[in-house]
Design a protein around this ligand. Structure first.
Ligand SMILES: [Zn+2]
Ligand SMILES: [Zn+2]
Length: 135
C-alpha cells in the first residue's frame, strides 16, 4: 500500500472536486466548464450522470442519436446557449470571457438550466431546440 500525507490527500481531493459537478449545477454548464480539460468520449457526461442523474440511463444511446458522440459534440450539437441570458458586448457579440453562473436544476435530471436550450428530437438540419422553462 502506498502511503500519502494528509496534505497530499487533501490537495488531491481538491483537484478531484474541481472535476466533479457541484450539486444543482446543470449538465450543460458543467460540460461547458469541463471541456477546458479536454474531451474524451462522453466522459464528462457520464461523470455527471453517474453522480447527479443515475437514472438517466438512456443518455449514452440518446446523445449519439442527436449528434453527440463525445462531450464537445454534445456541447456543439445538443445544447445551445439561450442568447438573451448571456451578456453581450457593445458590438452585440457574445462576451466569451464571461460565463454566467448556472441557474441550477434539480438533482436527477440531465436537462440544462435556463441558460441553454436542448435539442429534443432527431431532426437533422435545423433541428429542434426547445427552451427549458422553469418548472
Ligand atoms: Zn469531442
Ligand atoms: Zn446551468
Amino acid at each position: 500500500m502506498e502511503q500519502y500525507t494528509v496534505t497530499e490527500l487533501e490537495d488531491a481531493l481538491k483537484m478531484v472536486k474541481r472535476l466533479l459537478p457541484p450539486r444543482y449545477e446543470c449538465l450543460a454548464c458543467y460540460l461547458n466548464r469541463m471541456l477546458e480539460h479536454g474531451c474524451s468520449g462522453l466522459k464528462w457526461c457520464t461523470t455527471y450522470r453517474d453522480m447527479r442523474a443515475p437514472r438517466a440511463t438512456a443518455m449514452e444511446r440518446r446523445f449519439p442519436e442527436l449528434g453527440g458522440y463525445c462531450d464537445c459534440e454534445v456541447m456543439a450539437n445538443i445544447f445551445r446557449t439561450n442568447d438573451e441570458l448571456w451578456p453581450r458586448l457593445a458590438d452585440g457579440k457574445l462576451d466569451d470571457e464571461y460565463v454566467p453562473p448556472c441557474h441550477k436544476v434539480r438533482l436527477g435530471t440531465i436537462k440544462p438550466c435556463e441558460l441553454w436550450s436542448m435539442r429534443t428530437g432527431v431532426q437533422w438540419g435545423g433541428g429542434v431546440f426547445r427552451a427549458i422553462k422553469r418548472a
